[in-house]
Each structure stands twice: as C-alpha cells, then as structure tokens.
Ligand binder design. Structure first.
Ligand SMILES: *[C@@H]1O[C@H](CO)[C@@H](O)[C@H](O)[C@H]1NC(C)=O
Ligand SMILES: *[C@@H]1O[C@H](CO)[C@@H](O)[C@H](O)[C@H]1NC(C)=O
Ligand SMILES: *[C@@H]1O[C@H](CO)[C@@H](O)[C@H](O)[C@H]1NC(C)=O
Ligand SMILES: *[C@@H]1O[C@H](CO)[C@@H](O)[C@H](O)[C@H]1NC(C)=O
Ligand SMILES: *[C@@H]1O[C@H](CO)[C@@H](O)[C@H](O)[C@H]1NC(C)=O
Ligand SMILES: *[C@@H]1O[C@H](CO)[C@@H](O)[C@H](O)[C@H]1NC(C)=O
Ligand SMILES: *[C@@H]1O[C@H](CO)[C@@H](O)[C@H](O)[C@H]1NC(C)=O
Ligand SMILES: *[C@@H]1O[C@H](CO)[C@@H](O)[C@H](O)[C@H]1NC(C)=O
Ligand SMILES: *[C@@H]1O[C@H](CO)[C@@H](O)[C@H](O)[C@H]1NC(C)=O
Length: 799
C-alpha cells in the first residue's frame, strides 16, 4: 500500500485540488468489455460460499454497501462489522517483511534475500512465521505477499526487493509456497500488486502528488503498462496464477493502468484473466488510491474499495453512497454487489476466522481516528522465528567472489569499515522518520530492509558489527571499526595499521549499501549516491591498501561493480541483500564458515547499465504517461542470453565453499495428476481432455550431483527449458529448481524436477489457450546457474 500517506498528509495532499471522480480520459473503452464473473467458491471454498450466501440473505442494502467500502478503524484498512450476523470488523495491514506500522514483531528478511536461498522450505516456513505474527497481533488480512507486482522487469524498480525472482517461474514457486504458508495458519492472504506494476515513477494514486510530479494530484493519470497478451500470460500473470492456486483469499490491484485502463477497473485483466482464467474466488481489493471512480471499477472487477472511508476519505469518496444510489437506480445490478459481498465473506469463513475469532488487534495505524496515539503493545516474536530468520539470512547470503578470503581463518586483527556495519544512531525509526522513508542520501546504520510500506521495524536488530565483535571473542581478536564513510583519514589509519604496533589487519571487512524505497525508482545502479553513502569510495579506498579486503553488499537489486570487482586485493564478496533483523548473526555464520554459502542470485548483475533492456522505467512526462513493454519475454537473464551479452554475474549464480559435479540427466515420462492446487484454475490448453489439468505432472527430469569439495554444503540445482526456435522464446527459461542440502564431501544425490504441462507450453494468442510447441519437442538443461548448464536432454511430447 501507500507508505507515505501518513507522513505527507499534511504537507502534500493539502495543496491539491483534484476533480472528484476524475477518470483517466482513456479509461473507458475496455472497462465494460468483459463482465465480472460470479463466484462459486471453487473447489476449496464451496461450504464457505454457501455460508456466505446465507449471511448475505440477512443483509440490508446499506450493510452490503458498507461491506465493500473500507470503514474507519485502527488498521490500514478496516471492513465493516455487523454484530448481529457475527461478522467482525476485519483488519487489513502491511506488509511483506513484517507487520507495519507496529512494534513487538520481527523484521523478516526481504523477499529477495529469501528468494536467494532457493529453498522452498524456508520460503514456506518464513510465511508461516510471518503469518503467525500477523495473527497474534490481531490482523485478519495480511497484505504480505508480493507475488509478481513488481516482478523485476527493471533493475531500477523501487520495490523489487519486496518480491522474489526476476523471473515468472521462480516468483511463481515463491508465490505458491509463500501464499500456502499464510493460508495454512489461518491467515487471509493478499497477492499483490495486480498487475504489470513494474515502476514507481508516475504510479500516481488518486488525489496524491508524488514528490517528483510536475502535475497536480490526479491531473496526470497513472503510468500505463502496455503489454501484449503473450507476454502478460507467460511473464506477468504466471506468478499470480500460482498464488491463486495456493488459495490466496485476496488480490490487490495496482496503481498503474494497463493498456490505458486503471488496473483496478481493467475488465480484461480482472474479469477475463483473474476471475475467469485463474478462477479466483476471493476478493479483489484496491491499493490505497488505486480506485478513481465507482461504476467502472465495480464493473471492472474491483470488489472492495480500500481504505474507503479510512483516512477521512482523502483517497476518493468512491463506492459507499454513490454505489448505493447506483444499485437503487439500476446502474449497477444488485447481483454484482451481492457477489462483491460474498467475495469478502468467503475468505472469512474459509480461513476459520469467522468460527474462531482472532486475538484483539494491537494495531493503531496511520489514519486511524486516534492516530498518533500509541497502540497497545504486544510482543509476538518467538525464539524459533529468530532462529529461522538467522538461517534465512545465512542461506540467503550470496558468495559472488572468493579468491581465498573466505571462510575466515581465525583472524587476530579485524578491521570493519562502513556505516552499513553499525547501528542507527538515530534510533529505531530509521532516519528519524516513520517507515524509514529516509531521503536517499541519509542512510543511517546497517541497511537491513528497503523503505516504504514494505519496511517493518525490527524487534531487536543485531548489526554486523555487534555479531562480529561477539564472534571475535573466540579468537581474542582485535576489532577496529570506522563507521563514518567520509572519515578518510580514520579509514586509512585503520586499514594500514600505520602508527600502530600491531600492523595491518588480517582482514578488512567493508560494508557497502544501496538504499531504495517504495515511491521512487533508482536513478542509477551505483553504490555512491548523493552526499552521504560513499559506499563505492570506501571499497576503493580499502582495497587500495588492504590486500585481504572482503566486501559485504546490502543491496536491493543489481549494482555495477566494475570499478573494483577484479581488484586482486578483494579476496571475497558476499551479498546478503536485505536480510532483516538477524543480519549480523546470519553474516557471521557465512564469514566464519559455520555454514557454507549456498545462495544464488535472483537477478542478473550486469557489467554496465546499458546492458539491461532499455527504458524499463518510463519518464514520459505527459498527462497520460506510457510504458511500453517492448522487451516482451526478455526480462533480466533472458535479455542477456538473447543478445549474447556477458553479465558480471548471471541469474542463478552463487559460489559455495565446496564444489559440485553434474552428471546423468534422465527423464521419466510417468504422469501424475495435479494434487497440489488448493483452488483449481480454469487455465486451459489445446487438446485438453476431461479431468486433465495444466498443472498435472507430465514428466520428471533427474540429474546426479556430487559434492566434489571438502565442505558439507548445499547446492541449488536449476533446470531451464529451451523451446524450438520457431517459438521465438528466449534461449533458456527457468522451469525448475531444487536445493540439495547438507551434502557431505563425495556424496552423490539425485536432483529431481517435476515438469508440469504448463512448464513446457506457450500461450497461443489466437486460440487463447496454452499449447505444446508446434514441433512438440523441448530441451531441458540442468546446471548450477542460468549460464552453467552442462547437462541437456531433448524430449518429444506425444499427445
Ligand atoms: C484530497 O485530499 C484532501 C486532503 O489532503 C481532502 O481534503 C480532499 O477532500 C481530497 N479530495 C478528494 C476528491 O477526495
Ligand atoms: C521448516 O519448519 C519445519 C517445522 O517447524 C521444520 O521441521 C523444518 O526443519 C523447517 N525447515 C527449514 C529448512 O528450516
Ligand atoms: C493490452 O493490449 C495488448 C495489445 O492490444 C493486448 O494484446 C493485451 O491483451 C491487452 N492486455 C490487457 C490486460 O488489456
Ligand atoms: C473456463 O474456461 C473455459 C474454456 O476456456 C471457458 O469456456 C469458461 O467460460 C471458463 N470459465 C470461466 C469462469 O471463465
Ligand atoms: C444513478 O445514480 C448515480 C449516482 O448517484 C448517478 O450518477 C446516475 O446518473 C444515476 N443514473 C440514473 C439512470 O438515474
Ligand atoms: C543520518 O541521517 C541524518 C538525516 O536523516 C543525517 O543528517 C545524518 O548525517 C545521517 N548520519 C548520521 C551518522 O547520523
Ligand atoms: C565524518 O567524518 C567527516 C570527515 O572527518 C566529518 O566531517 C564528519 O563530521 C563526520 N561525521 C560524523 C557524523 O561524525
Ligand atoms: C593491494 O594492496 C597492497 C597493500 O597490501 C597495495 O600495495 C597494492 O597497491 C594493492 N593493489 C591494488 C590493485 O589495489
Ligand atoms: C598482504 O599484506 C601483508 C602485510 O602487509 C603481507 O604480510 C602479505 O604477504 C600480503 N599478502 C599477499 C597475498 O600479498
């Protein structure tokens, strides 16, 4: 949701004079093209659906209206309570890495750090622990799963770190297991932001002026993501299909427009794709300010307008009384309103929250009537959660370079350089502002998460400095640190040991960061930004004089490293990305070799910015800004592979303290019907027979992996598919991964990849179905990264 609203209420919003009910001039056309399908509960929620219908029959028109319009209350959004029907006031709250804004809960590792583990068990366990904290704090609907909006089309994207892999399949797996974790603990979960929400620039919520805008609020309509049907199906819709299949109860539509129609009013993406093809049975809810009208949005598929009357209506006085009148005078059929209400109630039953009320809420969100009075305090962090997130931090730390620097060998003299190693001198609330919405150059202390509504305050953040100090006690090491990146003299003295009797440090650990937040895309991919961070400067300065320099990168996505990566004095580079509040202990586990690193990149790191697809952030300064997705299927590694551009570090790359050998790829054509889908989608394919699903397993590919090194270690084995040339696909697309854990030296294990029909099909825009490639063959490639694929096998499908 909108992170800045609370802070900027007084300043920015007050200055604007938007036209009430303003619609994008082009936001007509498609809006009514596809009528909204009526829900039936799907395979999983039949019983909940009939219970919802019974309650509906008891409701007055006014009650129905208030069920689909957010109400005032303590949470970021609140639904209506109807006591006589036992319907509680439901609490909707951010965010993807912890409950927010509140204290007494965990700051979880970011989506990208968790993605870097490539461990579906950890992805699932993180969701379980995260959902439990939402539950324990009295939140009904966690706005907690970024399931592909953004997916990571642009390396500059301000919110990519909230999500997972710059790849539809990878993000699909994370969306499936991540959503399942929420559902399994009785939390209502929300997949967001639907869809093709790939830039912050010009996202333009209703009645809101972005800091960089040259237009008054609501004059400039949101950026329009213009994406063709094939790309949409094969790249952007994929991970939402997985979230729906896993049983997500809510989907949040995005700020942006799609083909010129607001995402929340786009009947093609909402009614045809989400509720039709994906057969989504829950509620489609708006992002805060994503609603710009009533009729077009109701008929365009939006079920619940949030925050509605919350925030004093400043995000538009839509739905509510206008909807009431429209139902009374027949503009909107009451049957549509009924389905909207049912879609809000079904998840309440399906999650078990109707029958067993959740704990009282301790949230007191921005915009609540009594904000900013402090909320009640309840600490919900469990010891087991701290252990889990430490493991994710360690297993999500990518070893990018190692010429012998790691693991550390009982160093006696350790230098730590960089503000990013230490605590925040300004306290728990980031840089003295809410949500760590710092100005870009004012980063304070170690960067453990990005900013905006995806930020969550830590319960007890252990910095790298603190964890290294504690560890250094074991070797009675000298630990020196400089936490001021511009104190060049102090840094020089420390890394050279000049004028001090113990000489040069055995190891210089340099901490570099790149801050990013919601509401703002990165302007560049450098480590030196503004007046403050100088992260690249301290790397260069240290590497120039310390011949055992180890670089630690707290980054939200790719940064350009060419100025220093080949320097022989840099003996190792690790990237924990944004690891959450166990940042220090997780890092120590890797540096000292308590665990061998096993993480791999969930995005591509280029040698130069120009190597990425061009213009992936549109700065089209017009009242109707446009973003054309011209690279189509070729995002991230697919672009580099298609144009033979050598990246610095490819998607899927990451080193270990051990080494692995790959052999013996095989296929087993035994078919296994889909048993994983909680809800069944309505995706269909050419030649489909009764009872067949696109998620049936049609084949298993296996390969033998041997640990050829001296460390017990884990290996992330990846499978990519190459389609026949005639299909005009990128050379390789990810279609499987598995993590072989705790492999002992010389141990050989089988990596197994279940292949579902959808994994080997393409979207046919003419027949509007999935199909096998025309030549009926695909080649499977197995290896350790998107560019190291030593094994291959070509398979012919008969059907
Ligand atoms: C826009 O926001 C301001 C408060 O910042 C509010 O007074 C005004 O009513 C809002 N306009 C609309 C159309 O909601
Ligand atoms: C995930 O949680 C389960 C249940 O607590 C536990 O048995 C399992 O070891 C955990 N997996 C990982 C990878 O930590
Ligand atoms: C957007 O427009 C393209 C080109 O006309 C079309 O292929 C695609 O299906 C449209 N997508 C949506 C969601 O409207
Ligand atoms: C499900 O798919 C079939 C085949 O494409 C189609 O006829 C049917 O209308 C779809 N159902 C929904 C609810 O969209
Ligand atoms: C129905 O009510 C809406 C909202 O008050 C109004 O804009 C619209 O003109 C009305 N339509 C008819 C046909 O009366
Ligand atoms: C922290 O941020 C503040 C402003 O938010 C800035 O003035 C200051 O220089 C930064 N650094 C430190 C060490 O406080
Ligand atoms: C950091 O060091 C520079 C150079 O010595 C100094 O000007 C600056 O005041 C220092 N900043 C802090 C926060 O101490
Ligand atoms: C590496 O460090 C040594 C000091 O140990 C220094 O003399 C040398 O110039 C450095 N090399 C590079 C390439 O920076
Ligand atoms: C690094 O520098 C130290 C002391 O300055 C020296 O003892 C050591 O041999 C150097 N190592 C390499 C690989 O040059």
């Amino acid at each position: 949701m909108k992170g800045l609203i609370g802070i900027l209420l007084a300043t920015v919003l007050g200055t604007s004079q938007p036209v009430r009910g303003a619609q994008a001039p082009e936001a007509t056309g498609l809006a009514f093209a596809v009528p909204p399908p009526t829900s039936n509960g799907g395979q999983a929620w039949k019983d909940s659906h009939s219970r919802a219908l019974k309650l509906l029959a008891e409701m007055t028109l006014q009650e129905k209206i208030s069920m689909v319009t957010g109400q005032r209350g303590p949470c970021a959004a609140n639904s209506e309570s109807i006591e006589r029907l036992g319907i509680p006031r439901m609490c909707f709250q951010d965010g993807p890495a912890g409950v927010r804004p509140a204290l007494g809960h965990t700051q979880f590792p970011s989506g990208i750090t968790t993605a870097a583990t490539w461990d579906v068990e950890l992805i699932y366990n993180r969701s379980v622990a995260l959902a439990q904290e939402f539950y324990d704090m009295g939140v009904h609907i966690a706005l907690g799963m970024t399931t592909g909006g953004p997916l990571g089309r642009s390396p500059y994207g301000g919110r990519n770190w909230e999500g997972w892999y710059a790849d539809p399949y990878g993000t699909g797996v994370a969306s499936f297991y991540g959503t399942k974790g929420f559902i399994d603990v009785g939390m209502q979960s929300c997949a967001k932001h639907y869809t093709v929400y790939e830039q912050e620039t010009f996202r333009n919520p209703f009645n809101f002026t972005e800091p960089y805008s040259v237009y008054k609020a609501s004059e400039q309509v949101p950026i329009s993501s213009n994406v063709d049907d094939k790309t949409n199906h094969e790249v952007y819709l994929w991970s939402f299909a997985e979230a729906v299949r896993a049983g997500t109860t809510h989907v949040m539509c995005a700020y942006n427009s799609i083909n010129g129609t607001h995402a929340c009013a786009n009947s093609e993406s909402n009614n045809l794709h989400l509720k039709g093809e994906l057969n989504f049975q829950g509620a489609l809810i708006s992002d805060w300010g994503g609603t710009w009208g009533t009729e077009g949005f109701v008929m365009g598929g939006l079920d619940l307008n949030l925050p509605g009357l919350g925030y004093g209506n400043i995000l538009g006085n839509f739905y509510d009384q206008e909807l009431y009148q429209m139902v009374l005078n027949g503009t909107i059929p009451e049957s549509r309103l009924d389905d909207m209400v049912v879609r809000v109630l079904v998840p309440l039953f399906a999650s078990g929250q109707y029958d067993k009320p959740i704990p009282s809420t301790v949230i007191n969100s921005v915009g609540a009537a009594n904000w900013p009075e402090p909320a009640q305090y309840r600490n919900v962090q469990k010891r087991s959660t701290v252990e889990l997130i430490r493991k994710i931090s360690a297993d999500g730390t990518i070893l990018l370079k190692n010429t012998g620097g790691l693991p550390l060998k009982a160093p006696k003299n350790i230098a730590i350089i960089g503000q990013d190693a230490g605590p925040n001198l300004l306290g728990i609330q980031g840089c003295g502002k809410l949500f760590r919405d710092c100005d870009i150059w004012n980063n304070n202390g170690t960067l453990s998460l990005g900013g905006g509504s995806g930020y969550a305050w830590p319960n007890n953040l252990i910095t790298p400095l603190e964890a290294i100090q504690a560890k250094a006690l074991e070797t009675q090491a000298l630990v020196q640190f400089v936490l001021n990146n511009t104190a060049t003299n102090a840094i020089d003295l420390t890394i050279t040991g000049r004028a001090l009797p113990m000489g040069q440090p055995d190891v210089c650990l340099v901490f570099a960061e790149r801050y990013v937040r919601e509401n703002m895309d990165r302007n560049d991919l450098s480590l030196n930004i503004g007046e403050w961070t100088h992260s690249e400067d301290i790397i260069l300065q240290t590497a120039a004089k310390c011949n055992n320099t180890i670089v630690v990168l707290h980054i939200p996505g790719p940064v350009i490293m060419e100025a220093w990566i080949d320097n022989p004095n840099i003996t190792a580079v690790v990237a924990p990305l944004l690891p959450g509040e166990q940042t220090g202990p997780g890092l120590v586990d890797v540096l000292w070799g308590h665990v061998s690193p096993s993480a791999k990149l969930p995005f591509t790191i280029a040698k130069a910015e120009k190597d990425y697809p061009p213009n992936t952030i549109s700065y089209d300064i017009s009242v109707t800004p446009q973003a054309d997705f011209t690279e189509k299927l070729k995002i991230d590694y697919r672009w580099f592979d298609s144009y033979n551009i050598t990246p610095r570090f490819e998607f899927g790359f990451g080193l270990s303290y051990s080494t692995f050998a790959y052999s013996e790829i095989k296929s087993d054509p035994t078919e296994v019907p889909d048993s994983t889908s909680v809800q069944k989608t309505n995706e269909s394919f050419v030649g489909q027979q009764d009872g067949q699903s696109i998620y049936d397993m049609v084949l298993t590919i296996t390969a033998e992996i041997t640990n050829t090194g001296r460390w017990t270690a884990a290996e992330v084995v990846q499978l990519y598919v190459s389609f026949p040339t005639a299909e005009n696909q990128p050379p390789n697309v990810l279609r499987g991964f598995t993590k072989l854990k705790n492999m002992k030296p010389d141990e050989t294990r089988t990596a197994s990849f279940p292949i579902r029909r959808k994994d080997v099909m393409v979207w046919d825009v003419v027949v509007q179905k999935w199909r096998y490639p025309a030549e009926q063959t695909v080649t499977f490639r197995v290896g350790s990264s998107s560019r190291k694929l030593p094994l291959s096998l070509t398979h012919r499908f008969c059907h």
